[in-house]
Every structure is written in C-alpha cells, then in structure tokens.
Design a protein around this ligand. Structure first.
Ligand code: PGA
Length: 254
C-alpha cells in the first residue's frame, strides 16, 4: 500500500551536459517500471535542463535544499516557489551533509520543511545518527529529537507531502550499509514514533526510505524489510546502470 520510492541524490556532481546525458541513459533502463516512484536530485544549476530531459518519463525532479522565505534580500538562496517554477516536485531537507558543513539545525530544518510543504513541494526529510551517537546508545533519542523538532507545526493532513529518509551518517559514502536488521529496527522505531506523535493511520501511510551506501547488491535485502519503503541513493545514482539496477530491484521486490 506504500508505493516504493527510489531517489537519487547527485550532490555536487555533474555539469548540465553530464546531467542530461545521465537522464538520457537512465530513461530507457527504467521505462517499464510502474510500481516505483523515481526521483532525481541534481544541483540547482542543472534543474531546468534535467526537467526538459525528463520530459514525460514519469521520473520526478527534486532539489537538494531550499530556503524558507519566498523572496527577499537573501543572497545565494533559492525558494520553494523558484523550485516549483523550474519543475521540481520534491526537495531534500536536512541532509546530514547540510547539517555537518552548512550549519543546518533542527530549527532551520523545521522552517525549511514547513515552507517547502506550504510551497506545494514534497519533502524528503533526512534524519540519522552519527557513529558516536550510535555507539553511545543514543540513536533513538537523536532520531526522536530530529523528528519532533523538525515536525513542529507540521499537520497530519500534509502527510502525503512528507517522505522520511533515514540515513545513518556513518553509512553515507563509506561503503558501510546498516544491516537489514539494524535498518528495519530503526525504521520500525520511526514509524512507532510517528504513530505516537500523530496517529497510527498517518504512521502507516508515510514512506520511510533508507539511505547510506545503497547499491544493487544490498537493495533487495533492505526492501524485503516491512518498514523500508525505498532508498535515497548517493554514489550509485551517478551511473545510469547502477541506479536503474536499484530501481529494478525495488520494483520487482513488491
Ligand atoms: P551514498 O549517499 O549512497 O553515497 O552513501 C547517500 C546520501 O547521502 O543520500
């Protein structure tokens, strides 16, 4: 009942020409997928060109971040309205790299999340613990704080615009994936928390993606877990073949 989502986070990679080439290669490889939502998140500079290349492929376009104001004297920022204007339907908010390198906090994540949803974008809201937090037994406390603070003021009626991506920081770009059991345990915790904060119905509808070194050879096991509804893929989304292989595993797992 929860449609799987496979989202590719291209981070700070790909010129416009490279981005278009990647999409041109990807489309034929995933054209027979019907059960899985596919999302790609290029850099801001490639959004327009990628939107054009996506044409009527059904693949959806995300930005990697946005600001919380619609307009104003905020040099360097991009608003939700500007993202819908270039054809984005989705936006990543709170990625751990933004928290680590760009001063993103639970408070700024909250502001961005609310603004993006008000701007009619679907938010892929990223959470996850560091290795030190996991090793000190604080994983669930950290996730509880990240979710409770970022979702302050968020209404259950907006749930169809929210996707959560659980990405343990120690698994991002390291080649170390959480085991299927570790990921499932954490996803089940997140769903239970949403049930407490909102309702069992809301919790059962929200898609929770796993992220962190997802590859074609581990997606099958991850997707077989009951609370894992898809993946946010970094490195392996930069090649059409590896990203398409992940999409196809998700598609045929169902
Ligand atoms: P990775 O990145 O797949 O390269 O680990 C995931 C992410 O940062 O979203």
């Amino acid at each position: 009942m929860r449609k799987p989502v496979i989202a590719g986070n291209w981070k700070l990679y790909n010129s416009t020409a490279e981005a278009v080439k990647l999409i041109d290669e990807l489309i034929p490889l995933v054209s027979d997928t019907a059960l899985t939502e596919i999302v790609v998140a290029p850099a801001f500079t490639a959004l327009s060109a990628v939107k054009k290349a996506l044409a009527d492929s059904g693949i959806q376009l995300a930005a990697q971040d946005c600001f919380w104001e619609e307009e104003g004297a905020y040099t360097g920022e991009v608003s939700p309205m500007m993202l819908t204007d270039v054809g984005c339907s989705h936006v990543l908010i709170g990625h751990s790299e933004r928290r680590q390198f760009f001063g993103e906090t639970d408070k700024t994540v909250n502001k961005k999340l609310k603004a993006a949803i008000a701007g009619r974008l679907t938010v892929i809201f990223c959470i996850g613990e560091t290795l030190a937090e996991r090793e000190s037994g604080n994983t669930f406390a950290v996730l509880r704080r990240q979710i409770a603070e970022a979702l302050t003021g968020f209404s259950e009626t907006e749930s169809d615009r929210l996707i959560i991506a659980y990405e343990p920081v120690w698994a991002i770009g390291t080649g170390k994936t959480a085991s299927e059991g570790q990921a499932q345990e954490t996803h089940a915790f997140i769903r239970q928390l949403l049930s407490e904060l909102y309702s069992p119905d809301m919790a059962s509808r929200i898609r929770i993606l796993y992220g962190g070194s997802v590859k074609a050879d581990n997606i099958g096991g991850l997707m077989s877990q009951p609370d894992i509804d898809g993946a946010l893929v970094g490195g392996a989304s930069l090649k059409a073949e590896s990203f398409a292989a992940i999409v196809r595993f998700a598609e045929f797992q169902e």
